[in-house]
Design a binder for this molecule. Structure first.
Ligand code: AHR
Length: 676
């Protein structure tokens, strides 16, 4: 009896096998309870590296607007009598300002020019707010300035693009504002401020000179460059990690990221030298500073606007371990650790405290009385060793004692494995932190083969935050070529299949200015006017847009689809629509047939693919759509001749299941959405 049943089953299987094309058979168990995929699963890492913030996402056009770089006139050209002074400055934490004086002849102009970061990008017909603080000095009680947008490179009769006067009245520091409209689009414009007065007594002090587009993301004042912020929003991120990365740590503790310096009126946010100013010897950027203009308020606001959970990372009192020898004593003294801990606690109060609390009040005064609803705090970035544990433990305990609801993100150091990694994980388990931040900037072989990375992780204890990762091409191919993105997509099936363990992830870094990067590959490249979404960007977007709510089993020969016939795949269910979502990467250079076994109630479907015949293809600013996702409706009508194994398409099994046979292209990542 048993034998005859088995024979019948085998025969049935044979019937099905005969009526489908030869190839891999992937069976989705859509009725399984599955494992929840957290809304935080696919997110964004935002660090001011590669001029991501100042010179990028932060919409300010003037570099060194407060004259606070080490050389106060860095990024400014001056002509005539221009002095840098500090006496009687209006903003005590940014004490430098400039004095412009009449030069003794009306034709001898006095003023300043700023070229922004790699030039100033201006759009045709766009409006720009010029603002500055000024006062008259000396005998003249009134004086004049002229604000000018100009085209410094244009071989044209008139290099002035737009100009407006500013009447400065009185010796009290006053804010002046006006709006200039740019008549043409220009990638490398300049801004000039002239003393516009032929009174021999004329002298004007000027501070915090700003040029800001009126049209920012969400219309926010002190807001973000619209196209770049939109690129973030389009990722539909679950989290937004900030401010890094190494800038959390600083090259020295003095230039670590200090969030308290990035809130309150922008004029009084002290400047900080960026840790990436000292990036690599090969790519030297000797004037990379942070204005703090995109500070912690703007960060929380952005996270809210794009629907992402904020995941701030704070300094644990250790300067960048890569850039320091322990013999130099780069870490805070233990007796000073409390300052760092207090900064962390105060950050939580800034985000969540009532407006009656000290830091909640600062937030409310900045325009957001409601809490931001912070749930996570990362303590330290890429740290390791005893010095780290000595500081991490009391830090974590203090946060847990005061804010038990906040989830602690610990670290596993800078590498994807090895001694530091193992030791740190052991410690993080012992301390039962909520999440462990893992970083793996790795080569193609890693991403090709390690979709099983999390398959055997313990199912209890801390969850994983894959907080910084990217596939770096071999042979120095550190650009966002298609094959790297394909391998990331393939690897990410393993994140999704292990959604019970991996609950957050973020590709890193996110942004790079084409004229000023220190690190690549990067998700989004830009210049002063344009933005390019890399192949890796589209992978991230496809995952987030097709995240689903539960992972369900997807098997080939009874096993998860991991490095099977050069395929990696995962399946999820969207509980709102009932859609079955399958993500599959064929990493081989050959196309292959894949037969999906689907439940009988599937009625329609779409297939979105990311593919290039050229593994080295990349999107560029000039050709941003070289490799982009392509979507098609799947024809769900049964094939006319189901016995013909060469025909791709839909067949029904005797027990009503649907077999969809597809020829998956060589080196292709595909997302299938099946509607029911
Ligand atoms: O993402 C670039 C850098 O890589 C980050 O700042 C750091 O955390 C890592 O080493």
């Amino acid at each position: 009896m048993r034998k005859s049943l088995l024979t019948a089953a085998a025969l049935l299987a044979g019937v099905v096998a005969m009526s489908q094309p030869r190839g891999s058979r992937l069976v989705v168990d859509a009725d399984a309870a599955g494992i929840p995929i957290q809304p935080t699963m696919y997110g964004i890492f935002l660090e001011d590296i590669n001029f991501a913030a100042d010179g990028g996402l932060y919409a300010e056009k003037i570099a060194n607007r407060s004259f606070e770089y080490d050389n106060p006139l860095q990024d400014w050209k001056t002509f005539g009598k221009v002095e840098v002074l500090t006496e009687g400055a209006p903003f005590e934490r940014n004490p430098h300002y400039v004095r412009l004086r009449y030069q003794g002849h009306p034709a001898m102009l006095c003023g300043l020019q700023n070229d922004g970061w790699f030039g100033i990008g201006l759009e045709k017909d766009a409006e720009y707010r010029v603002s500055l603080w000024a006062r008259t000095v000396g005998k003249a009680k009134e004086s004049g300035l002229a604000a000018i947008l100009c085209d410094p490179s244009g071989n044209v009769e008139n290099q002035v693009l737009a100009m407006a006067p500013i009447e400065v009245k009185g010796s009290k520091w006053t804010k002046y504002e006006l709006v200039l409209t740019c008549p043409k689009t220009i990638a490398k414009a300049a801004f000039r401020l002239l003393l516009w007065d032929d009174n021999p007594e004329a002298a004007v002090d000027v501070e915090h000179i700003s040029l800001f587009p009126l049209d920012t993301f969400n219309g926010d004042e002190n807001g973000l460059r619209k196209d770049l912020a939109q690129a973030l929003a389009d990722l539909q991120p679950g989290i937004l990690r900030f401010p890094g990365g190494c800038i959390v740590e600083g090259t020295t503790l003095e230039n670590r990221y200090q969030w308290k310096n990035t809130v309150g009126p922008v004029e009084n946010r002290p400047i900080n030298i960026n840790r990436w100013n000292y990036g690599t010897f090969e790519r030297i950027f000797p004037d990379y500073y942070q204005s703090g203009g995109l500070g912690f308020y703007e960060y929380f606001r952005l996270a809210e606007e794009i629907g992402a959970e904020p995941v701030p990372i704070v300094s644990v009192g250790m300067a960048c371990q890569f850039q320091n020898d322990p013999a130099w004593e780069p870490n805070c003294k233990m007796e000073d650790l409390q300052t760092y801990i207090q900064d962390g606690l105060d950050l939580i109060e800034f985000a969540n405290g009532s407006p009656k609390t000290k830091w909640g009040k600062v937030r409310a005064q900045m325009g957001h009385p409601e809490p931001f609803g912070l749930k996570y705090l990362g303590i330290g970035n890429e740290q390791w060793g005893e010095a780290f544990m000595e500081r991490f433990v009391p830090f974590m305990e203090a946060v847990r004692a005061k804010y038990p609801e906040i989830k602690i993100v610990g670290t596993s150091g800078p590498y994807s494995g090895g001694e530091w990694f193992d030791d740190l994980w052991k410690e993080m388990r012992r301390l039962n932190v909520d999440l462990v931040d893992e970083h793996y900037y790795s080569w193609e072989g890693f991403y090709e083969k390690r979709a099983d990375r999390y398959d055997n992780y313990p199912r209890t204890g801390p969850k994983v935050f894959a907080g910084e990762y990217a596939c770096h091409g071999s042979d120095g191919h550190k650009f966002n070529h298609f094959n790297a993105a394909l391998l990331e997509a393939s690897f990410m099936t393993g994140l999704e299949r292990n959604a019970d363990i991996v609950i957050m992830s973020s590709y890193a870094p996110t942004f790079a200015h084409i004229d000023g990067w220190q690190w690549r590959p990067d998700l989004i490249w830009f210049d002063n006017l344009r933005v390019m979404r890399s192949c890796s960007y589209y992978v991230q977007q496809l995952y987030a847009a097709n995240k689903g709510d539960r992972v369900v089993p997807l098997t080939m020969d009874g096993k998860p689809v991991v490095n099977a016939n050069n395929l990696n795949a995962s399946a999820a269910i969207d509980d709102k629509t009932g859609d079955i979502i399958i993500k599959i990467a064929n990493v081989s250079p050959y196309s292959q047939v894949v037969n999906f076994e689907l439940p009988s109630n599937v009625t329609a479907g779409t297939r979105t693919t990311l593919h290039s015949d050229n593994a080295m293809a990349e999107n560029t600013l000039d050709a941003p759509e070289t490799v982009i996702p392509q979507s098609v409706e799947i024809d769900m009508k049964p094939v006319p001749d189901p016995k013909n194994e060469w025909i791709m398409g839909v067949r029904k099994t005797d027990d009503g299941k649907i077999i969809l046979s597809e020829r998956l292209g060589a080196r292709t990542f595909a997302v299938y959405r099946f509607h029911r």
